[in-house]
Design a binder for this molecule. Structure first.
Ligand code: GDP
Length: 405
C-alpha cells in the first residue's frame, strides 16, 4: 500500500456528448460524496455545477472549474470540462490538467459525434478513461448496443464489469461481475443495497464474468499466464489487470446506471478510485527554460511549478485555478508568471467544495486549487518558483500515456 498521500488523489474529468448526462452525473457524485446534501435537478435549475445567478446572489462560486469531494479515503477533484464543441479550447485545457476521466454515454444513442471527438482529444492527451453508460431507465436503452458502438467507433476493447438488473422503466440495479453481488437502489431510496445475484440472472452473470476473464486474458500478458494455468482469473488478478489496461488505454472498463434515478453512482466512484491513476502514476511534465528541457515529477520537495487552467471573476476575488505539478506553495508566497516574467504574491489558497471554499495553508504537487491575488495569470500560464523558472510544455510534445491505435 502506497503511504504517499498523493496516491489517494484523483484528478477527474467527466466527458460527454451534450445531453448524455454529464451535469446529472456530476450532481449525483457531489450528492453521493456528501459534498451537497440535496439532489439538484437539471430541469429545476438547482444543479451545483451549472452556472446560474445564485453565484452572484450568494457571493460564492457555484460554477467552479474544480470541485473537491471525498470518497473511500480518497480526494476526488472533479474538474469541469465543457460539453459543447464550441468550447473545444476549454476542453483541451481541462484535459491537460486531469489525470483520468469518466466518459458518459447515453444508453439509447450510444457513441455520439461529440463523444467521439472528445474521446480523440483525450487520446491525444493520454488521459486514461472508464465509461459510464447512462440513462438505462430510458425506453430503448440497451447496454450491449451501446457497448458495441464503443467498440466499433472508439476502438478500445470494452471491459464490461456489470450486468443490468431489469431494463428501461424496470431497471433497478446491476450485478457487479467482479464480486458477483447484486447492487440495487430500491425505489425512492438513495442508498445502495447489496445482496445475492437474483436466481434468474445467475447463469447470465456467470457467462459474462467468463467473457470478461477471457477478454482480459487476451489483452494482458500477466492475466493470460494465470488464465492458462487455472483456466480462470481470480478477482484480485482481474482488478489489477483492469487497472493496467485502463492506464495503457488498451481496454475501457464499462459501468452502467441511471444518473437521473441515482442508480450506479457509488460503483462508478469505486471504479474511479480503483482504476484511474493518481498524480503519482502519470509521467512527469516537461518544461523549458532558455531552450533547456527539464522534467518535473509530482514531488512536493521539487521547485514549484503549476499550470493555470481557468480564471473566474467571483465576489471572492479573481480566482485562478491551478494544477500544481511539482513542489509546494504556501499562502503569501511569491511566484513567477513564467510567460509574463512577472513575480506576484499568492494570497489565499482555496479548495472549492461545491458551495464553499476551504482555506488551505499550502498546496502540493498533484493538487488542484484556486488561488486569490494573481493579476496577470491567464488560462495556460505557467506559475513557478522565481528561482527556478520554466514554461510548461504543451502536452502534445510530451510522451503519450495512452497508446493510440
Ligand atoms: P449534459 O448536457 O451532458 O450535462 O446532460 P444533463 O445532465 O443536462 O442531462 C440531459 C437531460 O437528460 C436532462 O433532461 C436530464 O434530466 C436527463 N437525464 C440525465 N441522466 C438521465 C438518466 O439517467 N435517465 C434519464 N431518463 N434521463 C436522464
Amino acid at each position: 500500500m502506497n503511504t504517499n498521500p498523493l496516491a489517494a488523489v484523483r484528478n477527474l474529468g467527466i466527458l460527454a456528448h451534450v445531453d448524455a448526462g454529464k451535469t446529472t452525473v456530476t450532481e449525483r457524485i457531489l450528492f453521493a460524496t456528501g459534498t451537497t446534501h440535496r439532489r439538484g435537478e437539471v430541469h429545476d435549475g438547482t444543479t451545483v455545477t451549472d452556472f446560474d445567478s445564485q453565484e452572484r446572489d450568494r457571493g460564492i462560486t457555484i460554477f467552479a472549474a474544480a470541485v473537491s469531494c471525498a470518497w473511500d479515503g480518497h480526494r476526488v477533484n472533479l474538474i469541469d470540462t465543457p460539453g459543447h464543441v464550441d468550447f473545444a479550447d476549454e476542453v483541451e485545457r481541462s484535459l491537460r490538467v486531469l489525470d483520468g476521466a469518466v466518459a458518459v454515454f447515453d444508453a439509447v444513442a450510444g457513441v455520439e459525434p461529440q463523444s467521439e471527438s472528445v474521446w480523440r482529444q483525450a487520446d491525444r492527451h493520454g488521459v486514461p478513461r472508464i465509461a459510464f453508460v447512462n440513462k438505462l431507465d430510458r425506453a430503448g436503452a440497451d447496454l450491449d448496443t451501446a457497448v458495441e458502438s464503443i467498440r466499433e467507433r472508439l476502438h478500445p476493447a470494452p471491459l464490461v464489469v456489470q450486468l443490468p438488473i431489469g431494463s428501461e422503466d424496470a431497471f433497478t440495479g446491476v450485478v457487479d461481475l467482479l464480486r458477483m453481488r447484486a447492487l440495487t437502489w430500491p425505489d425512492g431510496g438513495d442508498t445502495v443495497h447489496e445482496g445475492p445475484v437474483p436466481t434468474a440472472l445467475r447463469e447470465e452473470a456467470a457467462r459474462r464474468r467468463r467473457l470478461l476473464e477471457e477478454t482480459v486474458a487476451e489483452l494482458h500478458p500477466g492475466a493470460l499466464e494465470e488464465f492458462c494455468a487455472r483456466s480462470a482469473l481470480d478477482t484480485p488478478t482481474l482488478v489489477d489487470a483492469l487497472r493496467d489496461l485502463t492506464r495503457t488505454g488498451d481496454g475501457v472498463v464499462v459501468l452502467c446506471g441511471s444518473a437521473y434515478r441515482n442508480r450506479g453512482i457509488e460503483p462508478l466512484l469505486d471504479a474511479v478510485v480503483a482504476y484511474l491513476p493518481s498524480p503519482l502514476d502519470v509521467p512527469a511534465v516537461r518544461g523549458t527554460h532558455d531552450d533547456e528541457v527539464t522534467e518535473r515529477a509530482a514531488d512536493p520537495q521539487a521547485p514549484f511549478a503549476a499550470l493555470a487552467f481557468k480564471v473566474n471573476a467571483t465576489p471572492t476575488g479573481r480566482l485562478t485555478y491551478l494544477r500544481v505539478y511539482s513542489g509546494t506553495i504556501e499562502k503569501g508566497a511569491a511566484v513567477m508568471d513564467a510567460g509574463a516574467r512577472r513575480t506576484e504574491r499568492i494570497g489565499r489558497i482555496l479548495r472549492v467544495q461545491a458551495d464553499r471554499h476551504a482555506q488551505l495553508e499550502r498546496a502540493v504537487a498533484g493538487d488542484i486549487v484556486a488561488v486569490v491575488g494573481l493579476k496577470s495569470a491567464r488560462p495556460g500560464s505557467t506559475l513557478c518558483a522565481p528561482g527556478a523558472p520554466l514554461v510548461l510544455e504543451p502536452p502534445s510534445a510530451a510522451e503519450p500515456v495512452v497508446s493510440v491505435a
